[in-house]
Design a binder for this molecule. Structure first.
Ligand code: NAD
Length: 245
């Protein structure tokens, strides 16, 4: 039995339910749960670390209460506004926070491979990111697609467009070398597919990850919570947890 006690926020959602199952499988205690309508403060008092997969609209309330009670956070929620992202960065000066757009080992390997491939292939390859998710997903493009664009932009020395308005639809003319295309497809029950396309004249490289179960994100988030226990204040991501940096 691990010593940490978890609060799961967004506990009634698809991810919340998967995390409760993953914690049980890893012998980690879920001390309390919170969803819409539940009181946060007493639930948080029973736990050491929060795993949050809820809604970005809950972000400020959750950060405020964690700061008040000095509790650590694993944030899986995506779709934050720039203001909310700034609040997460500010809170991490006082609290240990893991914040990752994707908690799967496979996608974090895709992040690593994407950086390497972009460096190796050089500036002549056109860069496109394509993602597909289930019909209920609220944010678009996905947080993972945004991280992929951030990596591509970083290697190419391009300014990262946080709103990801790079997507090009229909007949809008030739692409420019400074574009990074992002395309979000929604439908059915797809858990999460991401492909990075490197296209040049005469050849193309594609890196693809397909998640077939939410359990991979859930298991990764519980692993992140275990890793976070006892860490100093700071903003960490899944690459830190997996030792990929
Ligand atoms: P969901 O809609 O199934 O579940 C969200 C839950 O949060 C719901 O039960 C909802 O009632 C609850 N909630 C909403 N507002 C709340 C509030 N103010 N207080 C408490 N609870 C609140 O969604 P989901 O598929 O479980 O995804 C949840 C989030 O996690 C999304 O932002 C999604 O993009 C993200 N996600 C991240 C990863 C990752 O690896 N980082 C993986 C999958 C999903």
């Amino acid at each position: 039995m691990s010593d940490i006690k978890l609060l799961i926020t967004g506990s009634k959602g698809r991810m919340g339910q998967a995390i409760i199952r993953a914690a049980e499988a890893q012998n980690v205690t879920v001390a309390s749960t919170v969803d819409v309508g539940d009181a946060l403060s007493p639930a948080l008092a029973k736990a050491d670390i929060v795993i949050d997969f809820s809604s970005h609209t809950f972000c400020d309330e959750l950060l405020g209460e964690c700061l008040k009670q000095g509790k650590s956070l694993v944030i899986g929620t995506t779709g934050h506004t720039n203001e909310e992202l700034a609040h997460i960065r500010e809170a991490s000066k006082a609290l240990p926070i893991v914040f990752a757009s994707n908690y799967s080992v496979g996608v974090n390997t895709l992040f690593w491979l994407t950086r390497k491939a972009t460096e190796l292939l050089g500036p002549d390859f056109d860069l496109e990111v394509v993602e597909m998710h289930h019909r209920m997903k609220k944010d678009s493009p996905s947080g993972t697609a945004r991280t992929l664009v951030e990596i591509l932009a970083d290697v190419r020395g391009l300014e990262y467009d946080k709103d990801c308005k790079h997507g090009r639809f229909g007949d809008v003319g030739a692409r420019t070398p400074k574009e990074i295309g992002v395309h979000a497809i929604r439908g059915g029950d797809v858990v999460g597919d991401h492909t990075v396309i490197f296209a040049n004249v005469g050849e193309r490289v594609e890196l693809t990850h397909k998640a077939s179960s939410r359990d991979t994100f859930a298991t990764g988030s519980v692993r992140a919570a275990q890793w976070l226990a006892g860490k100093p204040a700071g903003l960490y991501d899944m690459q830190d947890v997996l030792g990929l940096k």
